[in-house]
Design a protein around this ligand. Structure first.
Ligand code: ADP
Length: 255
């Protein structure tokens, strides 16, 4: 496959992703594409495989089969042998923001943000710190740079988690239910940051139960059930006129 200049080539193409946990097949042939600057939102009932897709894309899980093809590399066929360097190459293309921010409690905000660039990418500390400060400023956390995670609200912690992912300068941002661990009054400030990133043209795949937000930012919504994508489409179509009964039932419960 040709890579590089063709702006129409998706940043990421996934074909036939299969993942088992023991005898439980949790992904049963997932196909998706992410174009540059596009926001994909994954919805579906709990246990339908959404998180597992993200974890496979970030090389935190190894699928049994399927092809993950990043434009510019790597292209990995999981039916064959997959080495450590393949996984490292995948991880270089994306950064994940977790439901629970996973900040290091013994490091300050700034130290948390520069840890990845300095340790994993060998960025000089001063450069990483300058970049981190600019990012913290963007999410309104400049004054918190020397605070420890325990001194922050849940929403502030999650914003630091997002900055930490941005600091890695990935091509693709993966969000795993970034607001579901937050108190309701803190959800808005995190969604606002995500909206800003979408407006700036970041390429993102977001697992969320915030359907109003999905409707606003998604270019495409994928509805998962039992390890397959049951239906996909533009939010204005999928949310108002779903074609499949399973999608309709899911949306009826939530909307
Ligand atoms: P969702 O994100 O849609 O809620 P998940 O991807 O988290 O779904 O989970 C899909 C299925 O895989 C669930 O049945 C879950 O119990 C199972 N699962 C996820 N992670 C593991 C694991 N590490 N070991 C065993 N089963 C797992």
């Amino acid at each position: 496959m040709s890579h590089g200049d063709d702006a129409l080539t998706p940043l990421l193409q996934v074909r036939g992703l299969v993942k088992n946990f023991g005898t439980n097949r949790v992904l049963d042939g997932v196909d998706l594409e992410v174009r540059r600057g596009e926001v994909l939102v994954l919805i579906g009932p709990s246990g339908s495989g959404k998180t597992t897709v993200l974890r496979c894309l970030n090389a935190l899980e190894t699928p049994e089969a399927g092809v993950v093809d990043f434009d510019g590399g790597p292209t990995i066929d999981f039916a064959g042998k997959v080495g450590k360097s393949d996984r490292a190459a995948m991880r270089d293309r994306s950064a994940m923001v977790f439901q629970h921010h996973n900040l290091f409690p013994h490091l300050t905000v700034l130290q948390n943000v520069i840890e990845g660039p300095v340790q994993a990418h060998g960025v000089p500390k001063a450069e990483a710190a300058a970049r981190a400060e600019a990012l913290l400023d963007r999410v309104g956390l400049t004054e918190k740079r020397d605070a420890y995670p325990s001194e922050l609200s849940g929403g502030q912690q999650q914003r630091v988690g997002i900055v930490r992912a941005l600091a890695l300068q990935p091509d693709l941002l993966l969000f795993d239910e970034p607001t579901s661990a937050l108190d309701p009054e803190l959800v808005g400030e995190v969604l606002k940051v995500l909206r800003g990133l979408a407006d700036e043209g970041w390429t993102m795949v977001i697992v969320t139960h915030e359907l109003g937000f999905a409707r606003e930012v998604a270019d495409e919504v994928l509805f998962f059930d039992e390890g397959v994508i049951v239906e996909r489409g533009a939010p204005e179509v999928l949310f108002t006129a779903p074609k499949k009964e399973r999608t309709r039932r899911f949306l009826d419960r939530l909307l």
